[in-house]
Design a protein around this ligand. Structure first.
Ligand SMILES: [Zn+2]
Length: 267
């Protein structure tokens, strides 16, 4: 399966890489997003924002990144800051225009939002520092937890980056109200998991909505809990699910081991 990446998204990544080079960032702990934003004449503030996680407001050569003070996770705040810096660096907004941005990982709305997310992901979690640590098997949430801690991002941002960079067949699925909201597949995960799909009762994620609790372990579940395919009921996939209270949902990392992947690779 070939994942098509837009020219704009590739440019966004290159711009982030150029900034890392310009500021000689070789270690995640050295990256001060607010300080870089200041160099672009952007002031960072916290405040009330109805229905948005962040906002970029430009006035001439200066601007303000306003972050929603209700976002408690410092990692999520940091990603939002980098996302707004991305809008500025990529010149998405003309002066005096105000951009309101929703949660960065909650159904990115449009090409500019995808570009700002790609910029933030590359700036905060550079591919050159992460690629090797995403090549692990079996797949579970541990690498994403380690990335979140070291690179100071939310677990969801780290898990998305893991799925983006790994060569393993896996997908990150976000569900709310017992339905799949969005899916991010790795380049090698061939099966399609449809947005809007009702969660299967055999999935671990279902337990959260049914019983308000989740097992922390990565565990095998019947393949047809996640995949619609004639062969799915006869195999097991692995699922690790965790609640995401700030987004009123559950995040699931679904892994298709190589040993059972053959029928799906032909999809
Ligand atoms: Zn945005």
């Amino acid at each position: 399966m070939k994942i098509v990446t837009s020219l704009g998204v590739r440019r966004a990544r290159r711009e982030a890489q150029a900034l890392l080079k310009q500021f000689r960032i070789r270690d995640a702990k050295d990256l001060d997003v607010a300080a870089i934003a200041n160099l672009f004449r952007l002031r960072v503030t916290l405040g009330e924002l109805n229905g948005a996680t962040a906002r970029l407001a430009r006035a001439g050569r200066h601007g303000t990144i306003r972050l929603n003070a209700r976002i408690a996770d410092p990692g999520a705040q940091r990603f939002s800051m980098a996302h707004e810096l991305g809008h500025c660096v990529l010149r998405h907004e003309s002066p005096d225009v105000r951009a309101l941005c929703a949660a960065p990982h909650d159904q990115p709305d449009g090409e500019h939002e995808s570009q700002a997310n790609a910029f933030a992901a590359e700036l905060l979690m550079p591919e050159s520092m992460l690629r090797r640590r995403c090549e692990v098997s079996p797949v579970n949430l541990e690498p994403a937890r380690a990335i979140a801690a070291e690179f100071k991002v939310s677990l969801m941002a780290a898990a998305l980056r893991f799925v983006e960079l790994t060569s393993e067949r896996c997908a990150l699925v976000f569900s709310r109200d017992r339905r799949v909201v969005w899916v991010c597949r790795s380049a090698t995960f061939a099966p399609f998991i449809e947005g809007g799909r009702i969660l299967d009762t055999q999935s671990v994620a279902f337990d959260w909505f049914a019983h308000g609790r989740l097992s922390d372990d990565c565990q095998p579940v019947p393949g047809d809990a996640w995949i619609d395919h004639d062969s799915a009921p006869r195999i097991e996939v692995w699922e690790a699910s965790v609640p995401v209270p700030a987004m009123w949902g559950v995040m699931s990392l679904v892994w298709l081991p190589e040993s059972v992947a053959a029928p799906f690779d032909a999809v």
